[in-house]
Every structure is written in structure tokens, then in C-alpha cells.
Design a protein around this ligand. Structure first.
Ligand SMILES: Cc1cc2nc3c(=O)[nH]c(=O)nc-3n(C[C@H](O)[C@H](O)[C@H](O)COP(=O)(O)O)c2cc1C
Length: 219
């Protein structure tokens, strides 16, 4: 009987086009943050999101829900096909760019295949991802960092490697901008960070790893 009532409620909600209450699970920081799978149908249409897309430079400290964080990471570099390729394209399908998420209590590397965040540094390191104060307390800052070793043996100049990695990162970041616009979030792509300190805090060798882009996402 209870099941029948629930089913009728769902059918009625859909028939009346009533807003379905969304889950809003708090993010619990730790050594790993296991993300949830974004629903196939969610948010505004692509055209609506494109109409709303704009850079924001004012953020509250309100955190993202687990559903929002999961959607943002999946938009940036989530697996969207059985062959393991991602939501964003990559030159030669090499995927040298890794996405680091900076939250209030730590920095995390996004594991696309497992759709989870793995903590790589503890503490609030958000200020390292920016040279603009608005980013420091925003819910989420992303740093796009390229592993140039991926291009080793391909006879590509260091300058061109950096150019291609920047193009890859711009695709990731624009996916996030569109996702944010379509889900009531604010976002901005940013070209600057305290890059030397950022790489040091993440324990990454600056001879090999290059900061290419940053992004703030929040409310
Ligand atoms: C590659 C790139 C780097 C950017 N870097 C910054 C930045 O460091 N700081 C900033 O405030 N805005 C930055 N922006 C945002 C631009 O200033 C913004 O896109 C531009 O003013 C157009 O405004 P709109 O995005 O609202 O359409 C960057 C945008 C891109 C695409």
C-alpha cells in the first residue's frame, strides 16, 4: 500500500511538472570522497545553461553538496563512455591534465575512472589556487595541472606541449562553466595561481608538472 502511494505521488509529480525535491548530501572530507553518479536528466537544458553562462567573482562560503561536487567533477573530467574517454576532449587522447579539487580541509586529486576524490594534501590550501581574494573562501577551487611526461618521446616542443595542455584544460573548465550555469552554481575560469607554491604543496616536481589553469565554483 505504502509503495503504491509513493508510486502515485511520483506519477502525479511528473504529470503536474512539479519540482522534484533534490538530494542535498553534505560533503564529508577525509582521505577519500566517494562521489555520486550524476543523473542523466538534471539541471537546465544546454541552451538555457549557455544563455546563463557568465563569470562570477563574488562567492559565499556555503559548501557544495555531494551531488553538486560530484556533478562538477564529472563535468570536468568524468568518464562518459565504456572506452574510458572523458566528458572533455584531449589532444591525441593523451589526457595529460589532472584535476585537483581544493576544499576547506584539503586538496584532492580527481580519479576519473573511480569517480572519487583522493586527498593528496591536508589543510585549507585554496589561497594557493588564486591571486584574487574572492577565491579563497569559495566552496571549491579547481587546479588543472599537466603531467608533461605524457608527451615524452613524441617530438613535441615544450612550448607546444604547454599550449596543447592549456587547450585540454580549457575544455575541462568550460564543461564546468556550463554545468555550473545549468545547476544554479557560480563559476569562473582563472589563468593565475600561486603556481610554484601550489606545485610544492602538492609535492609535484616543477620540472615535470605545469599549472595550466584554475577555476572557482561556488554559490
Ligand atoms: C583562459 C582564461 C583565463 C582567465 N583568467 C581570469 C583570471 O585570472 N581572473 C579573472 O577574474 N577572470 C579570468 N578569466 C575570466 C575572463 O575575464 C572572462 O571570461 C571575461 O571577462 C568575459 O566575461 P564572461 O566570462 O562573464 O563572459 C579568464 C578566462 C579565461 C577563458
Amino acid at each position: 500500500m505504502k509503495g503504491l502511494i509513493l508510486m502515485l505521488a511520483v506519477v502525479l509529480a511528473v504529470a503536474c511538472d512539479a519540482p522534484v525535491k533534490k538530494s542535498s548530501t553534505p560533503v564529508v572530507e577525509g582521505s577519500e570522497i566517494v562521489l555520486v553518479t550524476p543523473p542523466a536528466k538534471d539541471g537546465l537544458t544546454v541552451n538555457e545553461a549557455l544563455s546563463l553562462r557568465a563569470s562570477s567573482r563574488e562567492y559565499s562560503a556555503e559548501p557544495l553538496s555531494l551531488e553538486e561536487l560530484s556533478g562538477v567533477m564529472w563535468a570536468a573530467a568524468g568518464v562518459n563512455r565504456p572506452d574510458g574517454k572523458l566528458t572533455a576532449p584531449s589532444a591525441l587522447a593523451l589526457y595529460p591534465v589532472k584535476v585537483y579539487a581544493f576544499l576547506a580541509e584539503g586538496a584532492y586529486l580527481y580519479d576519473s575512472a573511480a569517480h572519487k576524490l583522493v586527498r593528496v594534501a591536508e589543510g585549507d590550501l585554496r589561497a594557493l589556487t588564486a591571486r584574487q581574494p574572492f577565491a579563497e573562501k569559495a566552496a571549491l577551487n579547481l587546479a588543472y595541472i599537466a603531467d608533461t611526461k605524457v608527451y615524452e618521446g613524441r617530438n613535441t616542443s615544450a612550448e607546444h606541449v604547454k599550449f596543447l595542455c592549456g587547450q585540454d584544460a580549457a575544455g575541462y573548465a568550460e564543461n564546468v562553466n556550463i554545468y555550473a550555469a545549468g545547476h544554479g552554481l557560480k563559476a569562473i575560469t582563472r589563468g593565475s595561481a600561486r603556481d610554484a607554491d601550489l606545485l610544492a604543496a602538492l609535492g609535484l616536481d616543477p620540472e615535470r608538472y605545469v599549472f595550466v589553469l584554475a577555476q572557482t565554483v561556488g554559490k
